[in-house]
Design a protein around this ligand. Sequence first.
Ligand code: NAI
Length: 286
Amino acid sequence: MNGGFVGVIGAGIMGSGIAQVVAQAQRSVLLVDRSPELVERAIVAIRERLARRVAQDRMTSQEMESTMANIRPATRLDELKGSPLMVEAVYEDPQVKLQLLRELQPFCSKDAIVASNTSAIPISLLSSAVAYPQRFVGMHFFNPVPVMKLVEVIKSISTRDETVEEIVSFSLAIGKTPVVVSDSPGFVSNRLLVPMINEAVFALSEGIASSEDIDTVMKLGANNPMGPLELADLIGLDTCLHVMEALHSGLGEDKYRPAPMLRRMVESGLLGRKTNQGFYEYGNSG
Ligand code: NAI
């Protein structure tokens, strides 16, 4: 896995961040989405983030250009042929991910590792769609990827130890801190974090406090860097809802039921920063 280009499939919030950190570590990246416009949008976003780093003297313009040169756009999965590591970051919907993984199989060698950035879907469920489940693993990055240090590495019952070891080394090589966890809905991070967000939505809908006050309580009272509702806007309310649904169905306990208000907001297209409106309103730059 030391040579060759890394494939990143899905050029949304997470895929663009993953492509950026891999490219910054001087590895070639093929960034794939469903249309040239979607990939281009991600590449523009990466360029803007890097330009901010240059303006802050945290990177030279030469480093920025060499990072950008490491990223190639693509819209077809067959272009991934030969990649030793493919990370999928498409929508948090089991059917979308299973379908994508099935379509990817003809282009995966038996030595290639396929990793999923899923927030909560069991890796063992997704591994049913791949030809080599021993080379399939969870690689859960955090948002914003260039800033957040953690990568949760998720081992299913089929994942080989060597696969986990390779992903741990790769995570370290791109400047992240890997923590290996066993496969279970929401893993560790989202099993703890997203129910807290969901509970904040219940508190808001029950009129216990305003969004601002709920967030202030958790920032000043629990020392959280962001309040749960502003964090939900950053993550995307659709992703939060999908995580709660995965926890609810996977762990089978009512304490994980999604807050009705969260569901209503997602149905209304209020997804947080990416649609400029969630618990808060954002300008066009989000
Ligand atoms: P997003 O909605 O920003 O991006 C998803 C991208 O996948 C879109 O650009 C879409 O066009 C693309 N896509 C969908 N189907 C595709 C296909 N068949 N082939 C190629 N591209 C396809 O979503 P986001 O937030 O980046 O989430 C992606 C994954 O990362 C999800 O599994 C999510 O749960 C996970 N995640 C999200 C975090 C967050 O804070 N947003 C944090 C950690 C993980």
